[in-house]
Ligand binder design. Structure first.
Ligand code: DPP
Ligand code: ZN
Length: 844
């Protein structure tokens, strides 16, 4: 397979003035006629007329009306063209009903839909399918369906035909088409510019009752982008369509967002509080792309973080404003450590802006998205909120309508702040998670902090250079008073010292407040100092972090020495979780323990080989210790935080439920899940029902509850995804693979549906002790199914290959079994480019 390099970028030889498409829909024989006006690109040096095209049957092609015979390859066609403006016309035939890869035009439950990012448009018609080629699209759809949608504004609609015009030039990856028997949940929004926008959420008949929350989230997003970024919507219509079969979460097609139904459909009975929060965030994310992604797009796919990092950063800001900012920040860091850190520390490590790829679909990663957002957070912290706002205004002003680069992005910050960002740019070009080592000394009235940064070399970045690291810091005095409030140290060298004078006594440094940089902090504080921070830190993130670090140390202590946990920590934790002045959601986060894979990383970092069974044992033992140490408080907190008002998915009620369910989970370790069973029976919402069901399964009381749940929800595919997933999630390590295997034999295990496949195998891969059970059953089962899925859906398969990315951490026996599986998958005849690239990188 061919490797593509950032350094090889050159513009396309032709500009596109207009595109007109006519679709005659038929499940196996859809015809697509295109009429595209090209003219030579004065900025290009290569005049080759190459159009991408895959899995197309060419019926006819003409240039300025005269038939032509292009050279056709599996990737596209080349044709001789005039050295002047010309019109290309073609007709192709495609087979949406057999498109199981879910890229291009495909069918899901009888409806037609599209997914073109990154390179799906080439499966619809011949076209220069690259983001720097932007054009105005006119689309006609013919077919016997009540709903026929495309991008932009409607021009004409009659029975069985519709015409659409999108006035905004766009790259082909933002093209979308939907046709089917759908119903609309409609509303409207008037922009700050006075534009009246019709809003529709299109769903399958039967799902009408799950639209209200998504619509409210959309309107809140539109308002927020006006208030905070000054960005108004720019068409008369905004449509969202829910689709059951979808590889990603959702897609920001201009004026016609397409969503995986799991991240847009919601009701209290069927969705958890976490589902609601995620739906709100993803609707915001896709809506925000209208400016950061669509109006300003990417020059090439190496610049993916330009739109994704920024849009994740924007959706996080939105959630902070809609809900609790500290809770959101802590949740984001938990997620970053769970998904991005392992990627950045293993064989898949790549810079936020990669320099080469074989299959771009493999780079929609936590590094590009989440680390990309962290980089923007650091930039904002360094320049300050006001300068950030000025830079963004300039960015929108200067680059509206452009296909831009990271250089363009950094330039607007340099121009508004007079800063030199050349060193900062390394965050975009270097892979790897930096380690930040702190040592401190105190003399007379002066604290000296000496900081040392070090990024481990990786295949992607063999010789990392020092980064600019913003380190937010405060000082807490021995009496618990803050003696220095938060300020930002700017570290630029490999090693650097900072002095703080005029101190009465040695304070405790609260370093990396708000997790001000995506680094691993090594700060040798005593347990007593951490308990002090847990009690007194004014920074909510670092207060939580102190508790988390103590919990990690306690867990590692159990693994290494046995079940003794420091009473000072347990008492400190009790003080926090019973403090009624603190947000219940925050207290629920305090109750969380580091995940088992986090502990495996921590052991690996110390040069030890993680033993998944020992880690699992320690996690269970720790929960038993918490259950007995906190026994007096569990019932009281559980009952104090029951919600008596009608269900609302807001931050306040969600926090109460999160706290009471954290209590329920510990109570269930000692009461045989009796209380959980009562909650299960009385639950009027999915959050309460599912949390109770999890407790029941863990306590060995799950069979009847699962049967009841299945009978209640067998017709709701999104709830049944939870039913499948929870059984794997809660399985004992030695049973996890067997439970997953049994679920694949269930009549509702529709493995070609990505959500259903992930509900079983995504959960298996995340079940640390189950997936990594010494028998190797988890490894073999996943490999069997990846081989099977690859033949129908390479993109989802390749993504799931990352389950194996940490394999070199484990012992030789496990490594041998995994290597056998990697080789077995790699040896599969006809393996996709997607999976081959992932597995080759992972195998090393
Ligand atoms: N739809 C994906 C996202 O919004 C890719 N653009 O992140
Ligand atoms: Zn996005």
């Amino acid at each position: 397979p061919q490797t593509i390099y950032l350094s090889d970028y050159s513009p396309f030889g032709y500009l596109v003035d207009s595109v007109s498409l006519i679709f005659d829909l038929a499940p196996h024989t859809t015809r697509v006629k295109s009429r595209i006006a090209f003219r030579p690109n004065p900025d290009a040096t290569d005049g080759t007329f190459f159009l991408h095209g895959e899995a197309l049957t060419l019926i006819s092609a003409t240039i300025d009306g005269a038939p032509v015979s292009p050279d056709i390859t599996p990737q596209g066609l080349i044709c001789a063209v005039p050295d002047a403006p010309f019109v290309w016309e073609s007709e192709v035939e495609i087979d949406p009903a057999n498109n199981t890869a879910l890229e291009g035009l495909y069918m899901s439950n009888g409806m037609y839909c599209t997914q073109c990012e990154a390179e799906g448009f080439r499966k619809i018609t011949y076209y220069p399918d690259r983001p720097d080629v932007m054009a105005i699209f006119d689309v006609t759809i013919n077919g016997p369906h009540p709903v026929l949608l495309s991008n932009g504004n409607p021009v004409k609609s009659a029975p069985d035909t519709a015409q659409w015009h999108d006035p905004w030039p766009k790259p082909a990856y933002l093209f979308a088409l939907v046709a089917g028997d759908l119903v609309a949940h409609s509303d409207s929004f008037t922009t700050m510019e006075g534009r009246h926008v019709a809003l529709n959420l299109y769903v399958r008949p039967g799902d009408e009752g799950k639209c209200d929350f998504g619509m409210r989230a959309l309107k809140a997003s539109m308002k927020w982008d006006e208030d905070v970024y000054g960005r108004a919507y720019d068409l008369d219509l905004f449509n969202i369509v829910a689709v059951d079969d979808f590889n990603m979460g959702a897609m920001e097609n201009k004026g016609l967002n397409i969503f995986n139904s799991s991240v847009v459909l919601a009701s209290p009975e069927t969705s958890t509080d976490m589902n609601f929060e995620r739906i709100e965030a993803i609707i915001a994310h896709e809506y925000f792309h209208n400016w950061t992604g669509n109006r300003i797009t990417c020059r090439d796919w190496f610049q993916l973080c330009l739109k994704e990092g920024l849009t994740v950063f924007r959706d996080s800001q939105f959630t902070c404003d809609m809900r609790s900012a500290p809770v959101k920040r802590i949740s984001d860091v938990i997620d970053l450590r769970a998904r991005q850190f392992p990627e950045d520390q293993g064989p898949l490590a790549h810079p936020v802006r990669p320099e080469s790829f074989q299959e771009i679909n493999n780079f929609y990663t936590a590094t590009v998205y989440e680390k990309g957002a962290e980089v923007i957070g650091m930039l904002r912290r360094l320049v300050g909120d006001a300068a950030y706002a000025r830079a963004l205004d300039l960015y929108f002003d200067r680059h509206d309508g452009d296909a831009a680069t990271i250089e363009d992005w950094l330039q607007v910050f340099e121009d508004t702040t007079d800063r030199d960002l050349s060193q900062f740019k390394r965050w975009y070009t270097q892979a790897g998670t930096p380690h930040l080592h702190v040592s401190e000394s105190f003399e007379l009235d002066t604290l000296t902090l000496t900081l040392r940064q070090e990024t481990p070399p990786s295949a992607a970045t063999p010789a990392p250079a020092p980064l600019v690291i913003p380190i937010a810091l405060g000082l807490i005095g021995p009496d618990g008073e803050e003696v220095l409030d938060t300020r930002v140290l700017e570290m630029t060298k490999a090693e650097q010292s900072f002095r703080f004078t005029g101190l009465d006594a040695q304070p405790i440094a609260s370093i990396l407040r708000g997790f001000s940089a995506p680094v691993i902090l090594h700060h040798d504080l005593s347990d007593a100092d951490r308990v002090h921070l847990l009690a007194h830190d004014t920074d909510p993130f670092n207060r939580w972090e102190a508790g988390r670090t103590l919990a990690r140390k306690a867990l590692l202590g159990i693994i290494e020495r046995g079940t003794q946990v420091d009473a000072a920590y347990l008492n400190g934790l009790r003080a926090v979780i019973t403090d009624e002045r603190l947000d219940p959601a925050y207290r629920a986060l305090m109750m969380g323990l580091p995940s088992q894979s986090d502990l495996a990383s921590a052991l690996h970092e110390r040069g030890q080989t993680p033993d998944p069974a020992a880690i699992h044992y320690a996690s269970e033992a720790m929960r038993d210790i918490l259950a007995s140490h906190l026994a007096d408080d569990l019932q009281a907190l559980y009952h104090a935080h029951q919600v008596s008002e009608p269900y609302q998915p807001d931050a306040d009620q969600s926090g109460q439920r999160a706290l009471s369910n954290a209590m329920l989970s510990l109570i269930s370790r000692t009461d045989g899940a009796a209380l959980a069973m009562r909650q299960f029976q009385g639950a009027d919402n999915m959050t309460q029902q599912l949390a109770a069901l999890a407790c029941g399964i863990r306590a060995g009381q799950g069979d009847e509850m699962l049967a009841h749940f299945e009978a209640q929800w067998k017709d709701d595919r999104l709830v049944m995804d939870k039913w499948f997933g929870l059984q794997v999630h809660e399985a004992a390590p030695e049973n996890a693979a067997a439970v997953a295997k049994k679920l694949t034999e269930h009549p509702d295990f529709n493995w070609k549906n990505p959500n259903r496949f992930r509900s079983v195998f995504g959960m298996l891969a995340m079940h640390h002790a189950g997936f990594h059970h010494a028998s190797g059953a988890g490894y073999r089962l996943l490999a069997d199914w990846l081989i099977r899925l690859d033949a129908v859906n390479p993109q989802t398969t390749a993504r799931m290959c990352s389950a194996f990315q940490t394999w070199r951490r484990y012992d030789p026996d496990r490594q041998a079994i995994i290597k056998e599986q990697l080789d077995r998958i790699l040896g599969t005849e006809g393996l996709s480019r997607d999976s081959a690239e992932m597995l080759t990188r992972i195998r090393g």
